[in-house]
Ligand binder design. Structure first.
Ligand SMILES: Nc1ncnc2c1ncn2[C@@H]1O[C@H](COP(=O)(O)OP(=O)(O)OP(=O)(O)O)[C@@H](O)[C@H]1O
Length: 282
């Protein structure tokens, strides 16, 4: 079991987290939130890179404030940061071997086997000898995931893993994450609401360092039930509207009485939840 309760974190003059509660169970949990919401800060706390200022952090039943327990957590944890910072002169294999050494894989032969396993797991078996700087953007994302998979961790923290991927690669990533989720807890932050709708049985929405909602994708969609409609022209109650492929305005907000309602998506629910939050704050 992994959870945080009442976690706060200040970074410079910014209060990045203001009392966050989150529970991770086996399977994928999606973490949504606008830029600056605190997603990366929260993930770095879960990855033991940062310590919380206040609150409880329990990672796989252990306390990261205790140095010995922290080491034990790190053995069972994989973290894919937004920008892993590859050493340009390393080959993909050498980079993973280096990370594996840092993760205390001391036996050379077993370590090399493990590097080959994770390379194959992310579909990079053929490019182990390539320099990291020669890899495509999509391959670099996969290499970043491969390093998180070293040691077959029970907890995976993935910070925007699909950023910059083309649609096919995104679907492949989805496939891989859903396979990995069968026997571990995974937290995935993303700006792609379709990824959350397709992949995550649980979703947490963070804004301004607070959890706005924690539930299923359906709960998020339900915010937009009865609030998405189509019409020839834009209505005054629309928070957002655009002309769709059918030539009609698809609108989200407060529909007129005779509106022709359409099925909302998770994106609509997310948008309206943020909108309600912004109105309440104002
Ligand atoms: N080292 C730092 N010093 C000061 N402020 C910081 C630092 N790192 C992050 N912040 C601020 O803390 C807040 C939360 O940042 P964080 O990176 O966690 O957000 P995020 O949800 O991951 O955003 P994004 O979606 O853009 O990656 C932001 O206002 C950010 O500017």
């Amino acid at each position: 079991m992994t959870y945080v309760r009442g976690v706060t974190k200040r970074l410079g003059s910014t209060q990045a987290l203001r009392g966050v509660d989150l529970e991770l169970r086996p399977g994928v949990t999606g973490l949504l939130g606008p830029n600056g919401a605190g997603k990366t800060t929260l993930m770095r706390i879960l990855a033991t890179v940062l310590a919380a200022d206040e609150g409880t952090v329990d990672l796989l039943g252990r306390d990261p404030r205790d140095p010995r327990e922290r080491t034990e957590i790190r053995r069972q944890l994989g973290y894919m940061p937004q920008e892993p910072g590859f050493h340009a002169r390393f080959t993909a294999f050498e980079f993973l071997d280096y990370v594996a050494i840092l993760k205390e894989h001391t036996d050379r032969r077993a370590r090399h086997d493990e590097v080959r396993r994770v390379l194959a797991r992310v579909g990079l078996a053929e490019v182990g000898a390539k320099k990291t700087r020669a890899l495509s953007g999509g391959m670099r994302r996969r290499l970043a995931l491969a390093q998180a998979l070293l040691g077959d961790p029970r907890l995976l923290i993935l910070d925007e893993p699909t950023a910059g991927l083309d649609p096919e690669q995104r679907l492949r990533f989805r496939e891989l994450v859903s396979e990995l989720a069968e026997d571990r807890a995974i937290l995935v932050s993303t700006h792609q609401t379709e990824d959350v709708a397709a992949l995550c049985p649980r979703v947490v929405v963070l804004a301004e360092g607070r959890v706005l909602e924690s539930g299923t994708p359906e709960t998020l969609v339900s915010h937009a039930q009865g609030r998405v409609w189509a019409a020839a022209e834009r209505d005054p109650g629309a928070v957002i509207a655009w002309r769709g492929a059918d030539g009609r305005q698809r609108q989200v907000g407060t529909p007129p009485a005779d509106a022709q309602l359409v099925e909302p998506t998770l994106e609509d629910g997310y948008l309206l939840l943020l909108e309600e939050h912004a109105c309440a704050a104002a």
